[in-house]
Design a protein around this ligand. Structure first.
Ligand SMILES: Cc1ncc(COP(=O)(O)O)c(C=O)c1O
Length: 372
């Protein structure tokens, strides 16, 4: 698909603003379902979009299982009617009570959290028993990223046994996020994933031999999505996030993600022409993610030969021999290299369909607290 980013009524759009091309978004959701082999194998991570409207589009297409990073994201999912929610971190501090409150507020939803720590498991179980609820727990496995999780082996098995035997908790399987698998070559990426997967399968067998069922293994993000999607193990749940909106860094790096197109971009205007070869746009670091290296945070298709020389809170300064073509006040689109933090910078997004502004969607769970 060669995406069309035309906007026929740009004068009504504030800048800088997040713009979602609804056709492209739906294309990505459908591509995700196709790659997965069906909506039932998916558990997309909502941290990329954070939007109730996007969640509902996925529910309409039969994607019933979702993953969240924060209680606010989980609450947004529950408000949308999602009945199977996994929060991917240990519940710590007041988040223990918030997870319990979420389960109480949505009794017909299965609320599951990831855990990798004996104290967290104990505290969560005690709080669940006191509140009269049951919380699902997936053991967070460390697949080599060394960010969270426990390495598969006897100590990890003991933790899973603790989960299974703690009143108030339900052992729901394993969770692994392998963000270290960033090999551009799909064959190399698959090889690396297969090596980890062998250890995870051996670990699952160890648990099952000890009478501990493993009903699900929640796997990966967008780069490893095509790899796990090819596997036929029925317990696998695929949890990409980024490909729903997609972005330039994944788009440029991974040829096997070519079915996905950027669906969320930043609408920006020229706010100054400070020197003869410079164009200054209002897409600063408060409008687009600044975790990619300076000079590479956005792609500007309309200023393809531009060099991004300065990026401040409200300004992106681009040097281009074609600066004379740009007038102050003219608009263009900036495609983020990292879309997930970009969406969190905006309260709402304009929605464009067939070139027309058709709606505005709230970025519902950009706040860390909704009600709970
Ligand atoms: C725990 C977890 N699961 C899934 C994802 C989704 O990964 P991606 O953004 O590559 O789709 C992330 C991304 O940060 C994550 O942290």
């Amino acid at each position: 698909m060669s995406p069309n980013y035309s906007i026929s009524n740009p004068d009504s759009l504030l800048s800088p603003s997040l713009v979602i091309f609804r056709d492209h978004l739906i294309h990505n959701i459908d591509a995700m379902i196709k790659l997965a082999g069906g909506p039932e194998r998916l558990r997309p991570h909502c941290k990329t979009h954070k939007m109730a409207a996007v969640t509902k589009l996925m529910l309409d297409r039969g994607i019933t299982k979702h993953k969240a990073a924060t209680i606010a994201e989980a609450e947004m999912l529950a408000q949308c009617g999602v009945k199977d929610i996994v929060i991917s971190y240990n519940m710590v501090g007041p988040n223990i009570a918030r997870a319990i409150d979420l389960a109480k507020a949505y009794p017909d939803a299965r609320i599951t959290v990831a855990a990798d720590d004996a104290d967290c498991i104990e505290q969560l179980g005690a709080a669940a028993i006191q509140a009269g609820v049951t919380i699902g727990v997936v053991l967070d496995v460390n697949p080599g990223r060394d960010r969270t999780g426990v390495v598969p082996g006897p100590a990890a098995a003991a933790l899973y046994k603790q989960i299974a035997h703690t009143p108030g908790l339900r052992a729901e399987g394993l969770h692994l996020y392998d963000g270290q698998q960033i090999q551009a070559d799909p064959v190399e990426r698959k090889h690396a994933v297969d090596q980890v997967w062998e250890r995870v399968v051996a670990f699952r067998e160890l648990l099952e031999r000890n009478g501990l069922p493993v009903p699900r293994i929640i796997c990966g993000g967008t780069p490893t999505f095509p790899v796990y999607a090819q596997m036929t193990d029925s317990v696998i749940e695929l949890s990409p996030g980024t490909c729903v909106f997609h972005d330039k860094s994944y788009g440029e790096k991974y040829c096997d993600l070519s079915p996905f197109v950027p669906a969320a971009v930043v609408f920006t205007r020229v706010v100054s022409r400070p020197t003869p070869n410079r164009v200054t746009l209002d897409v600063g670091t408060k409008a687009v993610a600044s975790d990619p290296p300076m000079g590479q945070r956005v792609v500007l298709p309309a200023i393809a030969d531009g060099v991004q020389v300065l990026h401040n809170e409200e300004h992106l300064v681009v040097e281009t021999p074609d600066s004379g073509k740009w007038k102050v006040g003219e608009w263009t689109l900036a495609i983020p290299r990292h879309v997930c933090p970009t969406s969190a910078l905006h309260r709402a997004a304009y929605v464009i369909e067939n070139g027309q502004l058709i709606d505005e969607w709230e970025v519902t769970s950009r706040d860390r607290k909704l009600t709970i």
